[in-house]
Ligand binder design. Structure first.
Ligand code: PRP
Length: 318
C-alpha cells in the first residue's frame, strides 16, 4: 500500500503519500486512493502474465492493474469503450485458462462495490445512516490497527514478571474495542470493567466511580483500555485510583487520542489513532447513546447534532 504512518505509536487518519506511483489512467489513481482510504493493501501492475508465445519469444502478455495481497486477487479496471472491453475479456479468459490458480477480477462499478462489501464495507459514505457526515476511520483501518496493537501488547507483556495481565475497560464506549483487542492478544489475559460518571467539564477532577473492579489487581500487570482520551480527566483520575491498588505495572491503551482537547497530561502507552478535534461516533462511541453499534468511526453533521440537541437538551461533545 502506498501509504506510510506519520508516527510510530499512533496511526494517523491522514493519508500521506509514500513512493510515487505513476498511474496510466485517472480511474486507477482514484481506485488506489479509495483502497488507501479503507486501509486495503495494494500493488500497482506488479506482474505481467505471458499469454502467447512465438517460439521462445512472448508474443502477447497481460498486466492486471492491481494486486490485493490480503485476498490474493488481481484487479483489472474496465473502461466503457466496448471494443477495448471485448479485447480485455478475451485476454482475461486466456489468462484464466493458462493460470487457473490466479484469481483475477474485472471490475466495473457494480463489481467494485461488491469488493468493498467483501471487506465488510458499504459504499464510502454511509448515506443511509441519518446524521453521518464522513467516515473518519474505516472498518478495515480499525481491524488492521487493533491487530497491530494486540500483537504489540502480546510482545511487550510476554514473560512479564507480574502475576498476569488484566485489561481494565472503561464502560461503555470501550465495548467494541475491548472485545476486538482482547481477541488479538495471544497471552492469557483477564478482563474487568469500570464505569465512571460523566463529569462537569467546568469542574476539573469531578469523576465518580459507578462500578468498581470485581477482582483485586495487586501484583498484576494492569492495562487500562479506553475508547477515547479527550481532556484526559477521566484517565488522570483512574490512573491515580488504580495505582493505589498496587498493581505490578499500570499502562494505558486507547483506541483514539483527541490530543487537541487535552487539559491534563496523561501518559498513553498504546494509541490506535490520533484524531482531530471533531465529535466522533461509532465502534462503541455514542451520540445520545446511539451509534455505538457502527462498524466504523465517523463524524456527525454539525447541523444534525444541533437540531438533535435543540430537541433534547445539551450533551457535552467528546
Ligand atoms: C468517554 C471515554 C472516556 C472519557 C474520556 O466516556 O470512554 O472514558 O469519555 O474523556 P476525557 O478524556 O475528556 O475524560 P463517556 O463519558 O463518553 O461515556 P461512555 O463511554 O459511556 O460513552
Amino acid at each position: 500500500m502506498a501509504t506510510k504512518k506519520t508516527r510510530a505509536s499512533a496511526e494517523s487518519v491522514e493519508i500521506i503519500e509514500g513512493p510515487v506511483v505513476r498511474f496510466a489512467h485517472q480511474s486507477e489513481e482514484d481506485f488506489a486512493r479509495i483502497l488507501d482510504f479503507y486501509g486495503i493493501a495494494w500493488k500497482y501492475e506488479p506482474r505481467t502474465f505471458p499469454l502467447k508465445w512465438d517460439g521462445e519469444r512472448i508474443a502477447e502478455a497481460f498486466t492486471p492493474d492491481f494486486y490485493l495481497p490480503d485476498i490474493d486477487t488481481y484487479i483489472e479496471l474496465t473502461t466503457l469503450r466496448q471494443p477495448l472491453m471485448t479485447e480485455k475479456h478475451r485476454k482475461i479468459r486466456t489468462l484464466r485458462e493458462l493460470y487457473p490458480d490466479v484469481e483475477i477480477k474485472l471490475l466495473n462499478k457494480r463489481d467494485y462495490l461488491r469488493l468493498l462489501a467483501k471487506y465488510g464495507f458499504g459504499p464510502p459514505t454511509p448515506k443511509s445512516i441519518e446524521g453521518i457526515h464522513r467516515v473518519l476511520v474505516s472498518q478495515a483501518q480499525l481491524r488492521r490497527r487493533v491487530s497491530e496493537l494486540g500483537a504489540q501488547i502480546s510482545k511487550d507483556y510476554a514473560g512479564s514478571p507480574g502475576e498476569g495481565l488484566v485489561l481494565v475497560g472503561v464502560l461503555k464506549g470501550v465495548a467494541c474495542f475491548m472485545a476486538d483487542l482482547m481477541r488479538r492478544i495471544s497471552l492469557p489475559v483477564a478482563i474487568d470493567f469500570m464505569a465512571i460518571s460523566s463529569y462537569d467539564s467546568t469542574e476539573a477532577g469531578n469523576v465518580r466511580i459507578l462500578k468498581d473492579l470485581d477482582e483485586s489487581i495487586e501484583g498484576r500487570d494492569v492495562l487500562i483500555v479506553e475508547d477515547i482520551v479527550d481532556t484526559g480527566m477521566t484517565l488522570n483520575h483512574l490512573l491515580a485510583y488504580l495505582k493505589a491498588r498496587e498493581p505490578s505495572s499500570l499502562k494505558v491503551c486507547t483506541l483514539l487520542d483527541k490530543r487537541a482537547r487535552r487539559l491534563v497530561d496523561v501518559p498513553l502507552d498504546y494509541v490506535g489513532f490520533e484524531i482531530p478535534d471533531e465529535f466522533v461516533i461509532g465502534y462503541g462511541l455514542d451520540f445520545r447513546q446511539l451509534y455505538r453499534n457502527l462498524d466504523f468511526i465517523a463524524t456527525l453533521k454539525p447541523e444534525w447534532m444541533e437540531a438533535s440537541a435543540a430537541q433534547q437538551g445539551k450533551q457535552s461533545p467528546k
